[in-house]
Write a protein that binds this ligand. Sequence first.
Ligand code: NAP
Length: 282
Amino acid sequence: MKILVTGAKGMLGRTLLRILGREHSIFPADLPETDILDEKTLDAAFAAFKPDAAVHCAAFTNVDRCESEPEAAFRLNRDGTGNVARACAKHSSRLVAISTDYVFGGDSDVPYRESDRPAPRTVYGKSKLAGEEEALAALPSAAILRIAWLYGAGGPSFVHTMAKLGAAGGPPLKVVDDQRGNPTSCEAVASAVSFILGKGIEGVVHGTCEGICSWFDLARETFSLLGIERAVAPCTTAEFPRPAPRPANSALENTVLAGAGFEMPHWKDALKEFARNEFSRP
Ligand SMILES: NC(=O)c1ccc[n+]([C@@H]2O[C@H](COP(=O)([O-])OP(=O)(O)OC[C@H]3O[C@@H](n4cnc5c(N)ncnc54)[C@H](OP(=O)(O)O)[C@@H]3O)[C@@H](O)[C@H]2O)c1
């Protein structure tokens, strides 16, 4: 298959290039050559490469900055996604558009399913949801793959931050323990993307690693895997106010993938594998 990846230089894009590139021919689309806000450069990339499918990763991903730059967030996450979906429709390409757990409000007691109604509270979540809607309006056969708590080779991610802070030593590190979600590796997302493309799955799909934990649990597991001795202390969200309010529960249930026979790895297994590759020292 020929696959065009937008945001190819980003954290997820780089892993997709490496993993999908083993079996497919890849066109890495990113700034400055391919700008998803410039329909001419986008169209030129599609016309030259003639992709069978596009995986759309490019996004305004800084959740806190989205609050102070809502126009830029909507331009990239809504309008940019619409442009990519229209290019797919025009060039008869399939689309997997990457979205987020932040489309949900976070007040549910149970993991969110694909059939649950989104209710984003942040500019980031609202702009990503608007992007989902744009994609499905332009290309009803698109797959929207919602992922969460992402980490991958080279970062930046929470796992990388913890590795750095842990290695620096010092007093117990306070980490938020009242937000729950599914830490998810870029490698696992790449497998889900392959499966979705292979099976021709359409519509909204949740694709996070199995198992639920808090940021505190994730920090503790990271320290344990890396042999870091610095202590971790649980704290509340209220102790770390951020411009964009974080959902208390953003765990997703992979109902569609499970129904199609695909299981994501458990977050602890995926993290163990990642830590071995990312942080092993010669
Ligand atoms: N990271 C997470 O925890 C997380 C969680 C849930 C969902 N997601 C979603 O997963 C996807 C990938 O996230 P990520 O963390 O890999 O993102 P990322 O590292 O921020 O990568 C995004 C890439 O898109 C590029 N880009 C920005 N504007 C562009 C434009 N106009 N045209 C073309 N490319 C452009 C960026 O370039 P510059 O760096 O030069 O701006 C960057 O290379 C996103 O859709 C995100 O919303 C991420």
